[in-house]
Design a protein around this ligand. Structure first.
Ligand SMILES: O=C(CO)COP(=O)(O)O
Length: 135
C-alpha cells in the first residue's frame, strides 16, 4: 500500500540521509515522498527521486510536516536531526518529534532505526493498522 513518507535531515546529517535513501531507493520510490526544502532539493538533484518539497526547516518546513501528522496524512517520518549542533528552530524540531509521539507515527532518527523501519514486514503489511490514539 502506498504511504506518504517524510524525509528530513539537518545539514550535518544530509549526507547520511542521502546514503540511506540511495540504499533503499527501490523501496522508497513506490511511495509518496515529501521533504523539507533543502533536503528535498538534494534528494531530487542527487538521487533523481520525485519528492514534494515543503519550506526549508528554519522557515517553517518542520511545522508543515507536523501539520500533515495532525491531519493524519503522514505514515512515516525519517528525520536525521543533529544532536551536536544547535538549530535556530529547535522548538519546531521538538514540536515535530512530539507530534510523532502524540499520533503514534513511526519515526526514525538515525540510519539503523530507519533500516529496521523500512525493512520491517509490518511496513508493507496491509493488515497492520497503526493505532490512532483517540483523545
Ligand atoms: O532544518 C531542517 C529540519 O529541522 C531541515 O530543513 P532543510 O531540509 O531545508 O535543510
Amino acid at each position: 500500500m502506498k504511504k506518504t513518507i517524510a524525509l528530513v535531515a539537518h545539514d550535518h546529517k544530509k549526507q547520511a540521509l542521502l546514503s540511506w535513501i540511495e540504499n533503499h531507493k527501490s523501496k522508497l520510490e513506490c511511495h509518496d515522498l515529501v521533504a523539507t526544502g533543502t533536503t528535498g532539493g538534494l534528494i531530487q538533484d542527487k538521487l533523481n527521486l520525485s519528492v514534494y518539497r515543503y519550506k526549508s526547516g528554519p522557515l517553517g518546513g518542520d511545522q508543515q510536516i507536523g501539520a500533515l501528522i495532525a491531519e493524519n496524512k503522514l505514515d512515516c517520518l525519517v528525520f536525521f536531526w543533529d544532536p551536536l549542533n544547535p538549530a535556530p528552530h529547535d522548538p519546531d524540531v521538538k514540536a515535530l518529534l512530539r507530534l510523532c509521539s502524540v499520533w503514534n507515527v513511526p519515526v526514525a532518527c538515525n540510519p539503523s532505526t530507519a533500516d529496521m523501519l523500512i525493512t520491517s514486514p509490518l511496513f508493507n503489511d496491509p493488515d497492520y493498522k497503526r493505532i490512532q490514539p483517540s483523545y
